[in-house]
Design a protein around this ligand. Structure first.
Ligand SMILES: [Zn+2]
Length: 249
Protein backbone atom coordinates (compact mmCIF):
# COMPACT_ATOMS: atom_id res chain seq x y z
CA UNK A 1 0.00 0.00 0.00
CA UNK A 2 1.59 3.27 -1.15
CA UNK A 3 0.81 6.93 -0.53
CA UNK A 4 -0.89 8.86 -3.31
CA UNK A 5 1.51 10.88 -5.42
CA UNK A 6 -0.10 14.14 -4.30
CA UNK A 7 0.34 13.38 -0.61
CA UNK A 8 3.87 12.03 -1.13
CA UNK A 9 4.93 15.23 -2.94
CA UNK A 10 3.62 17.34 -0.07
CA UNK A 11 5.26 15.08 2.51
CA UNK A 12 8.71 15.36 0.88
CA UNK A 13 8.45 19.17 0.88
CA UNK A 14 7.35 19.13 4.55
CA UNK A 15 10.27 16.89 5.52
CA UNK A 16 12.66 19.13 3.54
CA UNK A 17 11.50 22.19 5.47
CA UNK A 18 11.86 20.40 8.83
CA UNK A 19 15.32 19.17 7.78
CA UNK A 20 16.46 22.66 6.85
CA UNK A 21 14.91 24.41 9.87
CA UNK A 22 16.53 21.94 12.28
CA UNK A 23 19.98 22.61 10.75
CA UNK A 24 20.28 19.02 9.56
CA UNK A 25 21.51 20.40 6.20
CA UNK A 26 23.15 23.54 4.85
CA UNK A 27 23.19 25.00 1.32
CA UNK A 28 21.61 22.41 -1.01
CA UNK A 29 22.69 19.34 1.04
CA UNK A 30 20.41 16.38 1.80
CA UNK A 31 17.97 14.30 -0.23
CA UNK A 32 14.66 12.53 0.32
CA UNK A 33 12.74 9.82 -1.57
CA UNK A 34 9.30 8.25 -1.15
CA UNK A 35 8.09 5.17 -3.03
CA UNK A 36 4.67 5.65 -4.64
CA UNK A 37 4.43 2.36 -6.63
CA UNK A 38 6.39 -0.90 -6.93
CA UNK A 39 8.80 0.65 -9.43
CA UNK A 40 8.26 4.40 -8.93
CA UNK A 41 9.90 6.85 -6.51
CA UNK A 42 9.67 10.58 -6.00
CA UNK A 43 13.08 12.15 -5.41
CA UNK A 44 14.39 15.62 -4.58
CA UNK A 45 16.27 17.64 -7.23
CA UNK A 46 19.97 18.48 -7.21
CA UNK A 47 21.09 22.02 -6.39
CA UNK A 48 17.98 23.14 -4.45
CA UNK A 49 17.89 23.92 -0.73
CA UNK A 50 15.64 21.50 1.16
CA UNK A 51 13.99 24.56 2.71
CA UNK A 52 12.88 25.85 -0.73
CA UNK A 53 11.38 22.69 -2.24
CA UNK A 54 8.05 22.91 -4.03
CA UNK A 55 5.94 19.93 -5.07
CA UNK A 56 6.48 20.51 -8.80
CA UNK A 57 10.28 20.35 -8.40
CA UNK A 58 10.24 16.65 -7.42
CA UNK A 59 11.20 14.06 -10.01
CA UNK A 60 9.56 10.71 -10.65
CA UNK A 61 12.10 7.94 -11.33
CA UNK A 62 12.05 4.14 -11.58
CA UNK A 63 14.14 1.86 -9.37
CA UNK A 64 16.96 1.95 -11.93
CA UNK A 65 17.07 5.73 -11.69
CA UNK A 66 15.50 6.41 -15.10
CA UNK A 67 13.48 9.63 -15.16
CA UNK A 68 9.77 9.07 -15.70
CA UNK A 69 8.64 12.66 -15.20
CA UNK A 70 10.04 15.97 -14.00
CA UNK A 71 11.70 19.17 -15.17
CA UNK A 72 14.60 19.06 -12.71
CA UNK A 73 17.64 16.79 -12.44
CA UNK A 74 17.55 14.26 -9.56
CA UNK A 75 20.08 14.46 -6.71
CA UNK A 76 23.56 13.14 -7.55
CA UNK A 77 23.19 10.85 -4.51
CA UNK A 78 20.19 8.98 -5.98
CA UNK A 79 22.09 5.70 -6.44
CA UNK A 80 22.50 5.05 -2.70
CA UNK A 81 18.75 5.64 -2.15
CA UNK A 82 17.93 3.22 -5.01
CA UNK A 83 20.21 0.65 -3.43
CA UNK A 84 18.17 0.74 -0.21
CA UNK A 85 14.96 -0.12 -2.11
CA UNK A 86 16.75 -2.87 -4.07
CA UNK A 87 18.02 -4.48 -0.87
CA UNK A 88 14.77 -4.34 1.08
CA UNK A 89 11.35 -4.57 -0.56
CA UNK A 90 9.54 -3.33 2.56
CA UNK A 91 11.11 0.15 2.44
CA UNK A 92 8.86 3.08 1.52
CA UNK A 93 11.04 6.07 2.25
CA UNK A 94 14.68 7.16 2.57
CA UNK A 95 16.29 10.26 3.95
CA UNK A 96 19.83 11.64 3.83
CA UNK A 97 21.14 14.68 5.71
CA UNK A 98 24.31 16.01 7.31
CA UNK A 99 22.98 16.39 10.88
CA UNK A 100 25.68 17.88 13.14
CA UNK A 101 25.96 15.23 15.87
CA UNK A 102 25.55 12.23 13.58
CA UNK A 103 28.05 13.67 11.10
CA UNK A 104 30.56 14.30 13.91
CA UNK A 105 30.43 10.56 14.69
CA UNK A 106 30.66 9.74 10.95
CA UNK A 107 33.83 11.84 10.69
CA UNK A 108 35.34 10.29 13.82
CA UNK A 109 34.38 6.74 12.78
CA UNK A 110 32.44 6.09 16.01
CA UNK A 111 29.25 4.04 16.02
CA UNK A 112 26.62 4.87 18.63
CA UNK A 113 25.80 1.87 20.82
CA UNK A 114 24.82 3.43 24.19
CA UNK A 115 21.45 2.35 25.68
CA UNK A 116 20.39 5.70 27.16
CA UNK A 117 16.76 6.90 27.23
CA UNK A 118 13.90 4.64 26.17
CA UNK A 119 13.02 6.99 23.30
CA UNK A 120 16.58 7.24 22.00
CA UNK A 121 17.21 3.51 22.30
CA UNK A 122 13.81 2.19 21.23
CA UNK A 123 13.39 3.39 17.68
CA UNK A 124 16.85 3.59 16.17
CA UNK A 125 19.09 0.94 17.74
CA UNK A 126 22.81 0.85 17.02
CA UNK A 127 24.05 3.42 14.48
CA UNK A 128 26.86 1.86 12.44
CA UNK A 129 29.45 3.75 10.36
CA UNK A 130 30.23 2.62 6.78
CA UNK A 131 33.75 3.07 5.37
CA UNK A 132 34.18 6.34 3.44
CA UNK A 133 33.31 6.36 -0.26
CA UNK A 134 33.04 9.33 -2.63
CA UNK A 135 29.57 10.98 -2.49
CA UNK A 136 27.46 10.09 -5.53
CA UNK A 137 29.65 7.11 -6.51
CA UNK A 138 28.64 3.52 -7.22
CA UNK A 139 31.07 2.54 -4.44
CA UNK A 140 29.05 4.61 -1.95
CA UNK A 141 25.81 2.92 -3.06
CA UNK A 142 27.47 -0.50 -2.63
CA UNK A 143 28.87 0.44 0.79
CA UNK A 144 25.41 0.55 2.38
CA UNK A 145 24.41 -2.98 1.33
CA UNK A 146 25.62 -4.71 4.53
CA UNK A 147 23.42 -2.43 6.68
CA UNK A 148 20.03 -2.17 4.97
CA UNK A 149 18.43 -5.37 6.23
CA UNK A 150 19.73 -5.30 9.81
CA UNK A 151 19.69 -1.59 10.74
CA UNK A 152 17.40 1.43 10.43
CA UNK A 153 20.16 3.83 9.50
CA UNK A 154 23.82 3.91 8.44
CA UNK A 155 26.23 6.74 9.07
CA UNK A 156 28.25 7.17 5.85
CA UNK A 157 31.91 7.58 6.80
CA UNK A 158 33.19 11.21 6.66
CA UNK A 159 29.79 12.18 5.24
CA UNK A 160 26.58 11.74 7.28
CA UNK A 161 23.50 9.58 7.89
CA UNK A 162 21.20 7.74 5.46
CA UNK A 163 18.00 6.38 7.03
CA UNK A 164 15.08 4.32 5.72
CA UNK A 165 11.62 3.31 6.87
CA UNK A 166 8.80 0.90 6.10
CA UNK A 167 6.19 3.65 6.20
CA UNK A 168 6.35 6.98 4.36
CA UNK A 169 7.41 9.08 7.34
CA UNK A 170 9.54 6.30 8.81
CA UNK A 171 12.91 7.38 7.46
CA UNK A 172 12.46 10.94 8.71
CA UNK A 173 11.49 9.80 12.21
CA UNK A 174 14.55 7.54 12.33
CA UNK A 175 16.78 10.44 11.23
CA UNK A 176 15.33 12.80 13.85
CA UNK A 177 15.52 10.21 16.64
CA UNK A 178 19.07 9.19 15.68
CA UNK A 179 20.30 12.80 15.76
CA UNK A 180 18.65 13.35 19.13
CA UNK A 181 20.18 10.08 20.47
CA UNK A 182 23.62 11.34 19.36
CA UNK A 183 23.07 14.77 20.90
CA UNK A 184 22.02 13.10 24.15
CA UNK A 185 25.17 10.94 24.11
CA UNK A 186 27.35 14.01 23.49
CA UNK A 187 25.66 15.85 26.37
CA UNK A 188 26.25 12.91 28.70
CA UNK A 189 29.91 12.92 27.74
CA UNK A 190 30.30 16.71 27.86
CA UNK A 191 28.37 17.64 30.98
CA UNK A 192 28.19 14.43 33.03
CA UNK A 193 31.65 12.88 32.55
CA UNK A 194 29.98 10.11 30.55
CA UNK A 195 27.83 9.02 33.51
CA UNK A 196 24.98 6.78 32.31
CA UNK A 197 22.65 4.46 34.17
CA UNK A 198 22.11 2.27 31.10
CA UNK A 199 19.17 0.10 30.13
CA UNK A 200 19.92 -3.60 30.63
CA UNK A 201 19.38 -6.31 28.04
CA UNK A 202 16.16 -7.31 29.83
CA UNK A 203 14.85 -3.72 29.96
CA UNK A 204 15.68 -3.23 26.28
CA UNK A 205 13.96 -6.49 25.27
CA UNK A 206 10.89 -5.42 27.24
CA UNK A 207 10.94 -2.00 25.52
CA UNK A 208 11.14 -3.48 22.01
CA UNK A 209 8.43 -6.06 22.74
CA UNK A 210 6.09 -3.45 24.24
CA UNK A 211 6.45 -1.17 21.21
CA UNK A 212 6.59 -4.02 18.64
CA UNK A 213 10.02 -2.90 17.43
CA UNK A 214 11.73 -5.52 15.27
CA UNK A 215 15.44 -5.53 15.99
CA UNK A 216 18.17 -7.64 14.39
CA UNK A 217 21.02 -8.81 16.61
CA UNK A 218 23.39 -6.50 14.70
CA UNK A 219 21.37 -3.42 15.65
CA UNK A 220 21.36 -4.16 19.38
CA UNK A 221 22.91 -1.64 21.68
CA UNK A 222 25.71 -2.52 24.08
CA UNK A 223 23.44 -3.45 27.00
CA UNK A 224 24.80 -4.72 30.32
CA UNK A 225 23.17 -7.48 32.37
CA UNK A 226 22.88 -5.25 35.42
CA UNK A 227 22.31 -1.56 35.98
CA UNK A 228 21.88 0.93 38.78
CA UNK A 229 18.82 2.66 37.31
CA UNK A 230 16.60 1.38 40.14
CA UNK A 231 18.76 3.12 42.77
CA UNK A 232 17.58 6.45 44.29
CA UNK A 233 18.55 9.46 42.19
CA UNK A 234 21.46 11.62 43.29
CA UNK A 235 20.67 15.31 43.77
CA UNK A 236 22.12 17.70 41.20
CA UNK A 237 23.68 19.85 43.91
CA UNK A 238 25.51 16.98 45.55
CA UNK A 239 26.60 15.34 42.27
CA UNK A 240 28.16 18.59 41.06
CA UNK A 241 29.07 19.76 44.55
CA UNK A 242 27.06 22.97 44.18
CA UNK A 243 26.95 25.17 47.30
CA UNK A 244 23.38 26.37 47.82
CA UNK A 245 24.16 28.70 50.72
CA UNK A 246 21.80 26.88 53.05
CA UNK A 247 22.95 26.21 56.55
CA UNK A 248 21.49 22.81 57.45
CA UNK A 249 23.10 22.78 60.86
ZN1 LIG B 1 25.43 13.96 1.49
Amino acid sequence: MYLSETIARKMICDIGKKMYSKNFVSANDGNITIRIADNVLLVTPTGISKGDLTESMLIKVDLDGRIIEGDYKPTSELSMHLQVYKENDAIQSTCHAHCPHLTALAVAGIELDVPTSAAASGLVGRIPVAPYQCPGSKELANSIIPYVKDYNIVNLGNHGPLSWGTDPMGAWYIMESAESACELAFNIKKYLDGKVRPLTIKQTEELFAFHHVKRSSAAWLTCPNTTDNQEPAVSFSSYFDIKLGIDNA
